[in-house]
Every structure is written in C-alpha cells, then in structure tokens.
Design a protein around this ligand. Structure first.
Ligand SMILES: Nc1nc2c(c(=O)[nH]1)N[C@H]1C(S)=C(S)[C@@H](COP(=O)(O)O)O[C@H]1N2
Ligand SMILES: [Mo]
Length: 196
C-alpha cells in the first residue's frame, strides 16, 4: 500500500486545506444521478494528442497493473475525508502506453453521465491520479462512480470524474462541466482555488 496522504506538503503546511472541515462520512455528490453501466458494451478510450489511441473493454481495463493507495479527498463545497484506500491504475500508466505527444498540454476526462472535467497535463502526470474501481477494499459503489472513477487528492474532487470512460489529450485548454460554470481550472485546495 502506497501512502500518498502527505502530497499536501508540496502545497501547504496543513493536511486539512483552508476552509475545509473533516468528516468521517463519504457523502455522494453528483450533478444528475448515477448513470447505467453495462459491462458488455462499456468502452474506455484514450484519444487526442497521443502516439497510439487506446481502447479497453471493462475486462481489459481491470487487467491493467493496479496499485492501492491511501489518499485524502477534498470536495470544493467544504468537506474533506481522510485515509481512503483506492485501488486502480495510475494515470501515468495509461499515458505511457498511449505515448503523450510533445504538444499535449491539457487533458479532458469524460464520463457516462456526460460530465466532463479538465486539468493541465502536469497536474495529471502524478502518481496519485488513479483510475480506481475499489474503495476501502470493496468494489467502488455505483454512487461513488463505480465501475470506474478518477481520484485527485491534490485537487478538489470535482477534478475526479466518476463513471469515467475516456481521456482526451489536448493541445489547447478546454473547459469541463463545472469549469464552464465558474469553477477553477487548477483547483488547488491549499490555495483555495475554488472559482475562476
Ligand atoms: N461523472 C461525474 N463525476 C463527478 C461528479 C459528477 O456529477 N459526475 N461530481 C464531482 C464532484 S463535484 C465531486 S465533489 C465528486 C464527488 O464524489 P463522491 O460522490 O464520490 O463523493 O465527484 C466529482 N465527479
Ligand atoms: Mo464537489
């Protein structure tokens, strides 16, 4: 198990970011409910500014090399939860397999509920950005983004797409669902980057 709960040290002195409150709960927050998932037709795609575009079925995705990490989770609405254990594939693994093009600078994540979120490439190329299907030793609950979601403990949690089914590498920044509605593109909790 890899403990990445101390990734905050790069950004600030306190594990709990300013203006956040720790809760022992793990609330569910979704823009529009939990979308259906069919393991037979589900397809995960890596597209855009890469050497090789990739595509995985649900069975294939789960064969990728996985690891378990202990992480914290910070929602922009003010709650944080500590020491959650997520198992999955690092973003870095997918980036390496696809071969990121030299002119890629940004990433768009897409999801089954038509949610999108974007991040600068350097904020994605970090060990703690995981595509995860297991939370605290159990299959990731559907409301929390099962079968597959992204976690971003170094950023507010809206950067972690639940029900994720694709990433696109971009040569120009584009805005995701909440980013178009005024939320921060960079979303660093220790700098309280909540709004743009
Ligand atoms: N696909 C999708 N991903 C999403 C969202 C969403 O509505 N749809 N909400 C985001 C927000 S605002 C937060 S705080 C977290 C909430 O994750 P949770 O429901 O597991 O707590 O998911 C993020 N990822
Ligand atoms: Mo959120």
């Amino acid at each position: 198990m890899k403990d990445v709960t101390d990734c905050y040290r790069e950004f600030g002195d306190d594990r709990l970011p300013p203006g956040q409150r720790e809760t022992s709960e793990f609330p569910v927050l979704s823009k529009s409910g939990t979308p259906p998932f069919d393991p037979e037709t589900w397809e995960f795609r890596v597209t855009g500014a890469v050497e090789d575009e990739l595509s995985f079925s649900w069975a294939e995705f789960q064969e990728l090399p996985a690891e378990t990490q202990r992480q914290d989770f910070h929602c922009v609405t003010g709650w944080s939860t500590f020491d959650r254990e997520f198992t999955g594939v690092p973003f870095l693994e997918l980036a390496e397999r696809a071969g990121v093009a030299d002119d890629a600078i940004h990433v768009m994540f897409s999801a089954l509920d038509d949610y999108t979120t974007d991040l600068p490439l350097d904020a994605c190329m970090r060990e703690e950005v995981l595509f995860t299907w297991e939370l605290d030793g159990e299959p990731l609950p559907r409301d929390h983004g099962g079968p597959l979601r992204v976690v971003t403990p170094h950023r507010y949690a809206y950067k972690g797409a639940k029900w994720v089914d694709g990433i696109e590498f971009l040569t120009e920044p584009e805005l995701g669902y909440w980013e178009r509605r005024g939320y921060s593109e960079t979303a660093n909790p220790w700098r309280e980057e909540r709004y743009s």
